[in-house]
Design a protein around this ligand. Structure first.
Ligand SMILES: CC(C)(COP(=O)(O)OP(=O)(O)OC[C@H]1O[C@@H](n2cnc3c(N)ncnc32)[C@H](O)[C@@H]1O)[C@@H](O)C(=O)NCCC(=O)NCCS
Ligand SMILES: Nc1ncnc2c1ncn2[C@@H]1O[C@H](COP(=O)(O)OP(=O)(O)OP(=O)(O)O)[C@@H](O)[C@H]1O
Length: 254
């Protein structure tokens, strides 16, 4: 089974890309959805958040009520230390949900699964994906899209962008980049092209069910990612300043 990681920046267009991928009947595991699931009342991440923040992050300021997402957002997108705490509570729970879903798809004989992970290159999951797709758009476009989609001020939108690693740095770790700098039709076509490129060969899918090949393929994925380097260690690289944020760098397929 080929596992592909889809990432980008806030409002860069990941969900829009996902809708095209789903139209091809390729399953997508959406981490924003899982992050919502694991903070539902009764889940262990919910209890940990309550223990850390008290009642202030819940609707009606009452423990037992669903999360007040706007309130938690206003805290974590302006305070890096609180963001780290929330990440340390939610991310392991999301990772466990991802692994459970991957196992189910593998048992079902699925040949290709896409994981939509906004923070793929900031966490550990990049290690297990065979390909990384980055959806890129320039920061000024991100800013405008967040404001118009979420009704936030420019300052609030900027705080959200700043809470993530600069998108242009993520491009360096991509096997495929989708440049979302034009209209929605162009975005759809670029997505279809990338999906065509990564379509798994059915022979490899079948071979993946024979233990020696499973092991070989898993080793290859880990080695391949290792050779590309740890994206969390590099703050920036020499290419960054030479890449314009308003025009796409040369189409990249490694
Ligand atoms: C703060 C919360 C409650 C805001 O909820 P809201 O419904 O407004 O936004 P939503 O969940 O749809 O996220 C929108 C986007 O914000 C960005 N984002 C979310 N959390 C983070 C974070 N911890 N750090 C950086 N960016 C983040 C992502 O690009 C994401 O796609 C929510 O984002 C959350 O619980 N975040 C912590 C969990 C997390 O890291 N999720 C990201 C994927 S695992
Ligand atoms: N090429 C485009 N032209 C016009 N609008 C676009 C384009 N791409 C995306 N959008 C709009 O920008 C907004 C953000 O896109 P989308 O929700 O797909 O981003 P995202 O990366 O999934 O965001 P988030 O990280 O916040 O979940 C949406 O309102 C979407 O309709």
């Amino acid at each position: 089974m080929r596992v592909v990681g889809l990432t980008g920046g806030i409002a860069s267009g990941k969900s829009t890309v996902v809708s095209t991928i789903l139209s091809l009947n390729v399953p997508v595991i959406d981490c924003d959805v899982l992050a919502r699931l694991v903070v539902e009342p009764g889940h262990s991440a919910y209890k940990k958040l309550a223990a850390h923040f008290g009642n202030e992050i819940f609707q009606n300021q009452e423990i037992g009520q669903p999360l007040d997402r706007a309130k938690l957002g206003s805290i974590i997108f302006t305070d890096a230390s609180q963001r780290r705490v929330v990440n340390s509570i939610i991310h392991p729970a999301v990772r466990d949900e991802i692994l459970k879903r991957l196992l189910k798809y593998w048992i079902k004989g699925t040949s290709l699964v896409v994981i939509d992970v906004p923070l793929l290159l900031e966490g550990e999951l990049w290690r297990i994906v065979s390909e990384v797709i980055v959806v890129y758009c320039p920061p000024e476009v991100q800013l405008a899209r967040i404001q118009s989609r979420d009704g936030l001020t420019a300052q609030e939108a900027q705080a959200r962008i700043d809470s993530q690693r600069p998108l242009i740095e993520k491009v360096d770790y991509a096997d495929h980049v989708i440049y979302n700098i034009s209209d929605l039709d162009t975005l759809k076509n670029s997505t279809l092209q990338v999906m065509k490129d990564i379509k798994p060969n059915p022979i490899w899918t079948v071979l993946g069910y024979f233990p020696p090949f499973t092991l070989l393929m898993a080793t290859w994925v880990i080695v391949k990612r290792h050779l590309k380097g740890d994206p969390r260690k590099t703050v920036t690289n020499g290419n960054r300043s030479s890449v314009s944020t308003s025009a796409p760098p040369k189409q990249k397929k490694v």
